[in-house]
Every structure is written in C-alpha cells, then in structure tokens.
Design a binder for this molecule. Structure first.
Ligand code: SF4
Length: 324
C-alpha cells in the first residue's frame, strides 16, 4: 500500500475524513495579492507582516516535501441556542488549539512509524492555511474567504502537517460560489465586498484591543467573533455535524450569563472561559464586549464596581455614545 493511502486510512480510523495533500513549496502565486493588501492597508494586526514568511512553506522543515491539510468539524446541533447575545460558534467548545494538536500529534506519530519526519501546526505558523487546504483539495475558498468543505461547510478548524515523505498531491476544487453574493450582502460592515478589508471584519473587531466607538452599534450581541457570512452561505445548509466530542460546546457558552461576564473576575474567567476557543484573548476583551453589548442593547444587567482602567475607558465611551 502507498503512504498516502496508509495515512488516509489512519486518519479515517481516528474519525477524520477531510484530509488532503499538496506539495511543500513557495506559494509565489500569492505574493502579488499579499503585497497589494499590504500596500492598501487591508491587512489586520494579527497578520504576519513579512510576506516571504507567509508564502514559503519550505522554511518550516529542511527537506519537507508534502503538506497534509486536515479539517476538524466543529458544528453541533444549534437549533436550541440563544440568538440575542452570542459567542461565535467556533469559540464554544474546549480550546481547539489543544484538541486539534492532540489529533495532529497522533497522525505525526503514525507518519513517523512509516519512517517520515513530521512537524505539525495549528495556528502556529504564518502560512496561508486556507489556501493550503484549498490546494490540498479539501474545499474551495468562498467569496467570504472561508474554506468550504463538502461535508461540513465552512464550520471547520484547520491543521497542517509537513512531512519529508513525498506523496501525490490532490487536485484543488473549483469555486462553487457562482453568482451568489449572499455573504457580501449580509456582512454588517461590507468587509467582504470589493478588496475585502480585514479591518472591517466584525469577527476581527470583536478581538481587537482598541475598538473605535463607531463600531459599538454593530456589535449587535456579538461577544466574540461573527458568524454572519457563514450563516447565510447555502453550502452550510445541509451539512454533517461534528463527530469530535472534545469540540462540543459548553452549556455556559450557549446560554450566556451576561451579568456574569459583565462583572467577571479573574478566577471565574480562568475556571470557565479561559478553556474555550476564545479564552486565549484574555478576560478584558470578553468583558469589554459584554459591556458594549449590554449597554448598546439596553440589557437589564447591573454593572458593578469596574476596577480595570481599560474597561473603565470603554464604559465611559459607551456612556458618551449613548448620551447617558
Ligand atoms: Fe459563496 Fe454565496 Fe457562500 Fe458567499 S454565501 S461563500 S458567495 S456560496
């Protein structure tokens, strides 16, 4: 049996069925596009500024030949969930970095047993992971810039493994967006029209440290992240739910206690929210977003003694916006 089939069989045996392969190489075809975004200030602060680092997958392993892209579905049944105040769907379970890492480590162990060298990544390199997933044939990139897979739509996390084993690459899929523009119309800030400005993406704005007051009215219940462009996508309609139990949402992330988050202390944050997929961003960002939503939506919550000057600044700005 060839190595590719063996690796695929192993992935299937641990419940992963959306796996593809592409060459480890320099993605020169992306350089012009990334330079354009940089020159036109369309990059977000979370993006690596050095374009060479973003396009050269060979930098990550001497003798690396193949990148394996793996999709991890995270959507569970969601008819019952709260709609007015919400965490983005991807944030609700156990920190996906840890969950995905555990799977990738297993796959690496298997590849090493076949004699290959490996290195795995989950949000831990500067490479264009959606483009790599597209090149690996596991989905197409929609107009909303998400990777859209056949079985799970765009509700997937991505992980990559670089190996020195050479296997045949998969064939990229053609875009299926056609004339559809539902995500572009639905986006609350127009971030995916024209040149796609990452700085206008509400998911990014909810994660930024410094948020301009002009965005406060657009939070509209978003506590962290934004699913609008995914929710309207027809390819997210008839999809298969996740089989990864470790990614199942916590109850407290589905039925939000706004009062608790508005007044949250460090120990409650660490005990509960830190272990979720948005915990890495820290207490202040989530507390700030909760206060923005509580005040902008006129929720009946009592904001008690605010100690942090960072939170206090937002609170005062909100009072100013609301002319209270
Ligand atoms: Fe493509 Fe339509 Fe989905 Fe947007 S909503 S990603 S245009 S199919």
């Amino acid at each position: 049996m060839d190595c590719k089939r063996e690796i695929l069989n192993y992935c299937h045996s641990i419940g992963l069925d959306t796996v593809g392969f592409t060459k480890c190489r320099v993605y020169t075809e992306l350089e012009g596009y990334l330079c354009f975004r940089k020159e036109n200030l369309l990059e977000s602060e979370f993006e690596e500024k050095d374009i060479k680092k973003r396009i050269n997958s060979c930098e990550y392993m001497d003798g690396g030949k193949t990148i394996i892209s793996v999709a991890f579905p995270y959507l569970f049944k969601k008819d019952h969930i709260q709609k007015d105040i919400k965490f983005s769907l991807y944030t609700r379970g156990k920190d996906y970095h840890k969950v995905v890492e555990a799977y990738l480590k297993k796959i690496c162990g298997y590849i090493e047993s076949l004699g290959g060298k490996t290195r795995y990544f989950v949000d831990s390199n500067f490479l264009p992971e959606r483009y790599i997933a597209f090149q690996s044939g596991i989905g197409f990139i929609g107009k909303n810039n998400m990777l859209i897979t056949k079985r799970y739509g765009s509700y997937v996390f991505l992980g990559e493994i670089i190996t020195d084993i050479e296997v045949e690459s998969d064939i990229p899929l053609k875009s299926k967006c056609g004339n559809c523009s539902l995500c572009q119309t639905a986006c609350p800030t127009g971030a995916i029209c024209g040149n796609r400005d990452s700085n206008k993406c509400m998911s990014y704005i909810t994660q930024k440290k410094n948020v301009d007051s002009k965005w406060f009215p657009i939070f509209q219940g978003r506590l962290f992240g934004c699913d609008t462009c995914q929710e309207v996508c027809p390819y997210n309609g008839d999809i298969i739910y996740s089989n990864i139990e470790d990614l199942r949402p916590f109850n407290f992330m589905e039925r939000v206690d706004l009062n608790e988050i508005v007044n949250i202390d460090k120990s409650t944050f660490i005990e509960k929210y830190y272990n979720t997929s948005c915990g890495w961003r820290g207490k202040n960002i989530i507390q700030r977003n909760a206060i923005i939503n509580a005040l902008m939506l006129g929720k009946n919550v009592e904001i008690k003694n605010i100690k942090s000057s960072y939170i206090k600044d937002y609170y005062n700005r909100l009072l100013h916006v609301l002319k209270l």
